[in-house]
Design a protein around this ligand. Structure first.
Ligand code: UD1
Length: 338
């Protein structure tokens, strides 16, 4: 069965391609290479032994996706990762984010509803919950006003899909709300490749340990948490990738309770910034240079997932630990710098 993966050379996309191929799916990747590299194709091929078909296309232009879907009317499903994802950049360049993230989704859906199989998986984010009223966060928690244009594109994206599901009974979709994806493939053939100075915690840690950054700023040490630093639910990207295969199978086997289902993807365990640093130091044997600085605007205090819906309904739960994720992130960082 043939599956289209948009943004398939990106961080989560590439790991998902590997898991799809391992389960025997034929994968078609579309990526515009704006925030990824063609070399990722070789990394995927070295892991699985199968080179996925690749189209360098930009989905914010409608013709690209028209041509693609016309050439592949037999797609079993689409997993849509392609999007811009930097929170700070989205505040500076909101229209870039609305144009890219929203146009690509609309164009893709327009073509998809013409196909025989209307199975769609959307990359959403726990950012839709903002500062949640209760922890752990269930899928029923209120969606809070978005803190950034990036976050807004995820909320609007879910709403667009919901509206499409309302009037197309045969259109089936799953929105997956990721908590904090980290780590790399254990082979170190693929991993995260941030452009410029990393905005996310784990690549900043590994680049600091590698000597590329002077020290890590821990954003805020006076939060109302046990050690004063923010708490997040860090999920290994390989676990996350596997959830996409399980979600796709749910769609293909018509197991859905409604034609749009939403799942949180996290470990259920919150870790503070200092606990992440501690895990890194333990698995790497390196001492990390860091200092506690001011809070970062827009950060929530604490976010971790209630995972029982994913476990009971989807039949998926994480297998890998924070230490596994940090060890794989470090192995990857060492590989790409050597
Ligand atoms: C961020 C985005 C979120 C997005 C996710 C994608 C914000 C406010 N949120 O989540 O919308 O879906 O990335 O991966 O940007 N930290 C430091 N020092 C650093 C970097 C981070 O202390 O140099 C801390 C942060 O304050 C936070 C934690 O590490 O407590 C995780 O930060 P990060 O990796 O940026 O993820 P989120 O902010 O949770």
């Amino acid at each position: 069965m043939k599956v289209l993966v948009t943004g398939g050379l990106g961080f989560i996309g590439s790991h998902t391609v590997v898991e799809l191929q391992k389960e025997g799916y034929e994968v078609l990747i579309v990526d515009n290479l704006e925030n990824s590299s063609r070399d990722v194709l070789d990394g995927i091929t070295r892991i699985t032994g199968v080179k996925p078909e690749f189209y360098e296309l930009d989905l914010k232009y409608k013709t690209a996706i028209e041509v693609l879907c016309a050439e592949h009317p037999d797609l079993a499903g689409v997993i849509h990762f392609a999007a811009n994802k930097a929170v700070g950049e989205s505040v500076q360049h909101p229209l870039k984010y609305y144009k890219n993230n929203i146009n690509s989704l609309v164009y893709l859906l327009e073509e998809l509803i013409k196909l025989k199989n209307k199975n769609f998986i959307f990359s959403s984010s726990c950012t839709v919950y903002g500062e949640a009223d209760e922890l752990p966060i269930t899928e029923n928690a209120a969606v809070k006003p978005a803190e950034s244009p990036y976050g807004n594109t995820k909320q609007i994206g879910e709403e667009i899909i919901s509206d499409v599901c309302n009037i197309n009974n045969d259109f089936k979709a799953v929105a997956l709300r990721y908590f904090n994806p980290i780590g790399a493939h254990p082979s170190a053939e693929i991993g995260e490749l941030p452009l410029g100075v990393p905005q996310n915690l784990v690549p900043f840690i590994t680049q600091t340990a590698m000597g590329l950054r002077e020290k890590l700023s821990v954003f805020g040490g006076d939060y109302p948490t046990p050690d004063g630093t923010c708490i997040r639910d860090y999920i290994h990207v390989v676990d996350l990738a596997k959830a996409h295969v399980v979600a796709l199978e749910r769609l293909l086997n018509n197991q859905q309770e409604s034609n749009l289902e939403v799942f949180n993807l996290g470990t259920g365990k919150g870790s503070s910034v200092l606990e992440v640093i501690d895990s890194f130091e333990r698995v790497s044997g390196e001492k990390l240079r860091y200092e506690i600085t001011d809070r970062r605007t827009g950060d929530v205090v604490s976010a971790y997932a209630e995972t029982s819906r994913a476990k009971n309904v989807l039949g998926w739960e994480t297998q890998l630990s924070l230490d596994d994720a940090m060890a794989s992130a470090w192995k990857w960082e060492q590989k790409i710098r050597n």
